[in-house]
Ligand binder design. Structure first.
Ligand code: NAG
Ligand code: NAG
Ligand code: NAG
Ligand code: NAG
Ligand code: NAG
Length: 351
């Protein structure tokens, strides 16, 4: 029989286990349902071969395996392929083969990450195929060569216009953000805008603000995207094509996160019992004498948790995944505010 004491002990144990899961979802597999979110609405059915296709008109197609996207433009002079994610792999060839007899002539790398272009070699085995990317992408691929991501034939610094027969694809480098050379891709005639690992329609971004190497640049890219005249947005991930509303919605989420993390850093300069550095530090140091990393680790976790909590009041369960990656977004935002934007709160120069 369970005594009151053991019941309490069990509850405490469960509470501890649950709190241990905050920010670490690896061993935890119960998340908020996708039902009722845009994440479900935009799903595209996959065929027996494992891919789905969306006809975007005038020779433009998006091919997906449900997680990744490839953009394809059929032209009178050959096929343009933007990105070749390894998970879609040979299905990109099959999908194109089922659309046209015209061969692939150009492969555009949105950026250098293997999960988006690691199947490029399937096309570049043909020496007539021309590869195109921003020059930082070429630099990175020269730094860490990979036969599955062959070197670039054409590189550009700011922008490049690919005129492929009857199609026009404008490539623009908005500056470092998600990666050093991640570009905006714009199909002029169809008003289709693509930027990979930037906006994740239906979902919050991938963890740590999509692993942006330069968060201020990644944040600014939302405005740079919205400056285009576009009807369709492709984010390179998950399900189907989206639109302007998805970009606006993520911009609002990121702005809220920014404001809430800013406020959390400011609050940590007060004697707030949950986040005040002057309150937390002595307690942590008492148990960990002289251990500055312990003191600072607990402090950063506390302000990130406050930012996550406040952000969740508005956003939990709306874009899918706030419960999964929301805490990591708060951590990434706090770091960027501190290091990139000099919002140091109690660790800045004091009056
Ligand atoms: C361009 O040509 C391709 C291939 O013939 C065709 O599928 C596509 O609709 C054309 N697009 C435009 C914008 O003319
Ligand atoms: C058409 O797609 C199927 C898979 O759905 C594939 O087996 C076949 O080879 C494709 N045809 C061409 C010509 O690529
Ligand atoms: C495109 O790049 C060229 C230089 O290569 C520059 O002169 C031009 O202003 C750029 N256009 C845009 C829209 O950035
Ligand atoms: C974008 O798509 C959503 C549904 O996915 C729709 O509710 C919204 O009105 C669309 N926005 C625009 C500008 O077309
Ligand atoms: C965040 O919310 C959780 C769950 O409600 C709570 O236990 C925790 O104390 C909150 N943290 C902060 C710093 O407000």
């Amino acid at each position: 029989m369970m005594t009151l004491l053991s019941t309490i002990a069990c509850l405490l144990f469960l509470a501890n286990t649950a709190s241990a899961c905050v920010g670490y979802a690896g061993l935890h597999d119960h998340f908020l349902p996708l039902k009722g979110t845009l994440a479900v609405e935009q799903e595209i059915p996959l065929n027996a071969a494992g891919y789905g296709m969306s006809d975007l008109g005038q020779g433009a197609y998006m091919i997906t395996d449900g997680i990744y996207q490839t953009f394809v433009l059929l032209s009178t002079a050959g096929v343009v392929v933007v990105d070749a994610p390894p998970t879609i792999g040979r299905n990109i060839e099959y999908a194109i083969g089922n659309l046209t007899n015209v061969p692939v002539k150009w492969v555009v790398y949105s950026h250098m990450h293997a999960d988006h272009i690691g199947a490029a070699y399937l096309f570049t085995n043909n020496p007539c195929v021309v590869t195109i990317a921003q020059e930082n992408t070429a630099w990175q691929l020269n730094f860490t060569p990979d036969p599955r991501r062959p070197p670039l034939a054409i590189t550009f610094k700011d922008n490049y216009t690919l005129v492929a027969g009857n199609q026009t694809l404008e490539l623009f480098f908005p500056g470092p953000g998600h990666d050093m050379g991640n570009i905006i891709i714009y199909a002029l005639k169809q008003k289709i805008l693509m930027m990979v690992d930037q906006v994740f329609p239906g979902y919050v971004p991938f963890e740590y603000l999509a692993e942006a190497i330069y968060v201020p640049g990644w944040i600014k890219a939302h405005d740079q995207l919205l400056a285009y005249d576009f009807d369709v947005y492709l984010g390179g991930h998950m399900g189907g094509p989206a639109n302007r509303t998805a970009v606006e919605l993520q911009r609002e989420y990121v702005q809220d996160l920014y404001d809430n993390c800013f406020a959390a850093i400011q609050k940590s300069g007060t004697d707030d019992p949950a986040v005040g550095l002057g309150v937390i530090a002595p307690i942590v140091l008492q148990n960990n004498v002289g251990n500055s990393w312990a003191e600072f680790g607990v402090y950063l976790d506390a302000i990130s948790e406050l930012c996550y909590n406040v952000t969740s009041e508005k956003w939990l369960g709306k874009p899918a995944g706030q419960d999964i990656f929301g805490y990591s977004h708060a951590k990434a935002m706090i770091n960027s505010l501190r290091f990139d934007l000099d919002v140091l709160g109690p660790t800045g120069v004091q009056p």
